[in-house]
Write a protein that binds this ligand. Structure first.
Ligand SMILES: Cc1cc2nc3c(=O)[nH]c(=O)nc-3n(C[C@H](O)[C@H](O)[C@H](O)COP(=O)(O)OP(=O)(O)OC[C@H]3O[C@@H](n4cnc5c(N)ncnc54)[C@H](O)[C@@H]3O)c2cc1C
Length: 378
């Protein structure tokens, strides 16, 4: 990738990155364009990643994870994203979806972790609703106690892996208005009354299913409560701090793919009797792209190292997500420009990269919301 040298903390990590690159080249790259064109979710590819141990990287070995530091996990995400963003995003969303049970689940719930982290079970994270995503504390999906169960009623929106996931983290209202009235439930996807709707027709990332989920009196056993009653919003925000770093790593990988493709193309393409790579106007655009990618990677890994050290990293994660995804939007747009008309057609992957970059500025808190988080820490 662009002649970049990685500094990793252990020999193990170099091996892991090698394995990730092998799978990305062998299993992801050859399938990405076709699956994206058909809008098909590559469940088998995600299973392959699970079997290779890539779905539980940042969690302890005692729960079936690989005990990797976040800085290593994120570089695996980056490598996967450089070959197929939807798969990297699937890993990132799944890792996010395991967080509530890992960090806040009781002993009983944590027994599920080996299957979750081993990739047998795919996860989803249900926070957003049709009437509001940014103002998550205003959510209205309600869970009412009924004997040993909660009865969940309401509608979630934009749920990645809707209809494909085996388990759903549902953030729902068990108390009064505001953040303190929200709890987190872990539901089996097969629960009657959990009704995934038809997938949205998205601009890009079409292999990643995203849909509304209607909860129509879905009965969730009370022992599926994650943490305490009223902890849900705190759990959701903690999970998002980690998840945002995954999205930042996705953006770095996607931008790197766009730059590598643009450089390769520019080298071969001639105008005015010479390679277009000789025109300074283009070379400077590519140099800016390479610099943006390096800066985003550094910011992302700096935040990850704070997390690994057990230090506060919420604002740093928001900065990384904001900077990396804005950078990826610019770099993928410039990659289309480097290819000229050929950048605008589907014979080359850069138009897809550009469509895919857009969603990264929206998910896991829009970039306006990242600015809110950052400014609160000033
Ligand atoms: C492909 C895809 C996958 C997704 N996956 C998931 C998922 O798995 N789980 C999940 O829970 N959600 C998911 N989402 C939802 C996503 O997190 C929300 O779309 C996002 O949080 C924005 O919410 P909204 O769409 O309701 O926009 P709104 O909140 O209505 O925002 C509209 C606009 O207003 C701006 N805005 C809002 N409030 C402020 C403010 N205070 N200051 C400045 N600007 C503001 C926003 O930045 C945005 O530009 C996904 C979305 C997409 C598109």
């Amino acid at each position: 990738m662009g002649g970049m040298e990685r500094l990793l903390p252990t020999d193990d990590a170099y091996e892991l990155l090698g394995l990730a690159a092998e799978i990305a080249d062998g299993e992801l790259a050859p399938r990405a364009a076709d699956f994206e064109a058909r809008g098909e979710f590559p469940r088998e590819v995600v299973r392959t990643l699970g079997r290779a141990g890539l779905l539980g990287l940042p969690y302890p070995e005692e729960h079936g994870g690989a005990a990797q530091p976040y800085e290593v996990y994120l570089q695996v995400i980056e490598v996967l994203a450089s070959r197929w963003l939807a798969v990297a995003e699937a890993v990132s969303v799944h890792t996010l979806s395991c967080y509530p049970v890992y960090a806040h689940g009781g002993e009983q719930l944590r027994k599920l972790l080996p299957d979750m982290l081993g990739g047998e079970l795919l996860g989803a994270y249900c926070l957003s609703e049709p009437q509001g995503g940014s103002d998550a504390a205003a959510l209205t999906t309600r869970a009412s106690r009924d004997g040993d169960s909660f009865m969940v009623t309401g509608t979630k929106a934009w749920i990645t892996h809707a209809g494909q996931a085996d388990f759903y983290n549902i953030f729902c209202r068990t108390g009064g208005p505001g953040a303190h009235g929200i709890s987190c439930l872990l539901a089996d996807a097969a629960t009657p009354g959990i009704l995934p709707q038809a997938s949205e027709k998205t601009m890009g990332l079409r292999s990643s299913p995203v849909a509304q989920i209607v909860f129509d009196d879905a009965r969730i056993p009370a022992d599926r409560l994650v943490g305490e009653l009223g902890d849900g919003f705190k759990i959701a925000m903690e999970a998002l701090d980690s998840g945002r770093l995954g999205i930042a790593a996705c953006a770095v990988g996607l931008a790197q793919a766009a730059l590598d493709y643009a450089v390769g193309y520019a080298r071969e393409r001639s105008q005015f009797g010479k390679s277009i790579l000789e025109f300074q106007g283009l070379r400077f655009m590519l140099a800016d792209a390479a610099t943006g990618i390096a800066a985003a990677r550094a910011l992302t890994l700096a935040a990850a190292r704070l997390r690994d050290a057990g230090r506060p990293y919420s604002a740093e994660a928001a900065k990384a997500k904001l900077f990396a995804t804005d950078m990826a939007m610019r770099v993928t747009t410039d990659a289309v420009q480097v290819l000229g008309g050929y950048g605008y057609v589907q014979d080359h992957p850069v138009e897809r990269y550009m469509r895919e970059a857009k969603v990264l500025q929206i998910v896991e808190g829009t970039n306006q919301i990242q600015r809110l988080v950052i400014s609160r820490h000033l």
